[in-house]
Design a protein around this ligand. Structure first.
Ligand SMILES: Nc1ncnc2c1ncn2[C@@H]1O[C@H](COP(=O)(O)OP(=O)(O)OP(=O)(O)O)[C@@H](O)[C@H]1O
Ligand SMILES: [Mg+2]
Length: 457
């Protein structure tokens, strides 16, 4: 349910406050009261309401003066003035100073109700527009995709070709933190669709019923709460890009509908009869193995084939180690600008640490490591001491429970301990252990195999 809108009444007449509060509560608002301008300002400072009803004559000053203060602190907060009948001059001053509207005493219920409603609606709309501008400004958002390896340059070349093509379905696959979000935004930015919206939705853990109305919208009366028609994300993304993140967790109950949409570019709103056609590119992303999900019957095969027309596979960072230092330099200069610092790079020891670590969290982990190191670094270069690659020691044995710095252990040894630790904690459950480590099941299986191999040799 939506949160009740809060309205603050500032008026010295007890009877007026009481009447107003009764009315506002009856209309579904939450009302607060203040007897003086100063008390009203104080209440607003504790938590600004959604709207203020402000009396023109208060014991501690003129309403218009308080209005000015309110406008200064909360420029978007609508204020409706309460004024004695015929006080034209006051009204003119108030409107000049930015009051939303005024109501005259004795209060007319109908007029008051509609004025309040309009003021709140207009404020909500303004907020929405501001949020939309923020999304718009994301167009300049995605930074460059950094890559120095031949794998990455081939990938970027391919991305450019796909972006400029008319392909309407792209599938991005890669472990967590490899850059799927960044790739999706870049695909949009490089396409003819760049001036239309980029709309993203994370499909994980949204039940089919909610997901359907989010994506496709609904008609008035489609279900109890559907008081008004609502357009879905698919419609909002028209002419642009729809980013379906974590497609592997897309509710199976809705997969057939998604497939139909992908095949025909048309859909029906929930509770609607009419087919609506849109022109969008769908970019789907996953860190799961969709083929395996198909075998487990959690993902429809026909949907997988449809999505897999133009697959883009982003390899994990360990498989392109030559990208590590260029990425590190890139993030250092980003955070130099953000933190107003002048870090020049990595100390050789930190460099070695970066190059030998396995980065299970991929580029995101590397970025976070740089950010943290830069917060603590006081010297001109990042030293190993500030690199937050911290590994847990095994529960049993010397130093139990105490975290050990990676620098104290050889990296393969540290990694081995981490994997063992996770397997112990998860009672041998590989999926759980993988989650604890923040890596995919496949990556864990690979690491376990590697460790067992080491032990055997
Ligand atoms: N090649 C790259 N160049 C520059 N920045 C990158 C690169 N790859 C990833 N990043 C940055 O690393 C961070 C993580 O990337 P992103 O969020 O795109 O990963 P993801 O694959 O979507 O992860 P998840 O599966 O967890 O959603 C982001 O801040 C992104 O901008
Ligand atoms: Mg992502």
């Amino acid at each position: 349910m939506q949160k009740k809108k809060r309205i603050l009444i500032i008026d010295d007449e007890k009877l007026i406050r009481w009447t107003l509060r009764q009315k506002l509560t009856e209309w579904g608002y939450e009302a607060g009261e203040a007897e003086t301008g100063a008390a009203g300002l104080k209440l607003a400072q504790d938590g600004p309401p959604d709207l203020i009803l402000l009396d023109m004559k208060l014991p501690d000053g003129r309403g218009t003066d308080f209005l000015e203060e309110i406008r200064k602190s909360w420029p978007e907060l609508p204020v409706i003035m309460i004024t004695a009948f015929g006080a034209i001059e006051d009204v003119v001053t108030a409107m000049r100073r930015g009051a939303y509207d005024f109501v005259t005493k004795p209060l007319d219920d109908t007029k008051l109700q509609s004025t309040v409603l309009h003021a709140l609606e207009e404020a909500a709309l303004k907020k929405k527009i501001a949020a939309y501008r923020e999304i718009e400004s994301m167009k300049f958002g995605p930074g460059p995709i950094v890559g120095a390896t031949s794998v990455m340059s081939r990938l970027l070349e391919m991305l450019r070709i796909i972006a400029e093509s008319e392909t309407s379905i792209v599938l991005l696959q890669g472990e967590s933190g490899t850059g799927k979000d960044l790739f999706a935004q870049t695909l949009h930015l490089w396409s003819r669709r760049k001036d239309a919206p980029f709309v993203a939705i994370n499909c994980s853990a949204i039940p089919a019923t909610l997901l359907e109305s989010e994506l496709f919208g609904y008609e008035k009366g489609a279900f109890t709460d559907a008081k008004q028609q609502k357009r879905g994300l698919v419609e909002l993304a028209d002419e642009g890009t729809l980013f379906l993140d974590e497609i592997g967790s897309f509710d199976p109950a809705l997969q057939a509908k998604l497939l139909r949409f992908l095949e025909t570019s048309t859909f029906k709103r929930v509770g609607g009869l009419r087919d609506i056609e849109v022109d969008i590119r769908v970019v789907a992303a996953t860190n799961q193995d969709l083929e395996q999900l198909c075998r487990q019957e959690k993902f429809r095969k026909d949907l997988f084939y449809r999505l897999n027309v133009c697959p883009v596979l982003i390899p994990p960072l360990v498989e392109r180690r030559d990208d590590i230092l260029p990425l590190a330099r890139h993030f250092i200069s980003q955070y130099n600008a953000k933190f107003n610092k002048a870090i020049q790079g990595l100390e050789p020891e930190a460099e070695r640490l970066f190059l030998s670590y396995s980065w299970p969290g991929n580029v995101r982990e590397l970025k976070n490591a740089i950010e943290r190191a830069m917060i603590f670094e006081t010297g001109p270069r990042i030293s190993a001491q500030h690199v937050p690659i911290r590994l847990e020691a095994p529960a049993a044995g010397p130093g139990a429970g105490a975290p050990a710095a990676a620098a104290d252990l050889s990296l393969p040894e540290a990694e081995k301990r981490m994997v063992e630790q996770a397997l112990i904690k998860s009672g041998g459950n590989k999926s759980k252990a993988a989650r604890l480590l923040g890596i995919s099941r496949d990556a864990l299986r690979y690491k376990v195999k590697k460790i067992r191999g080491q032990a055997g040799s």
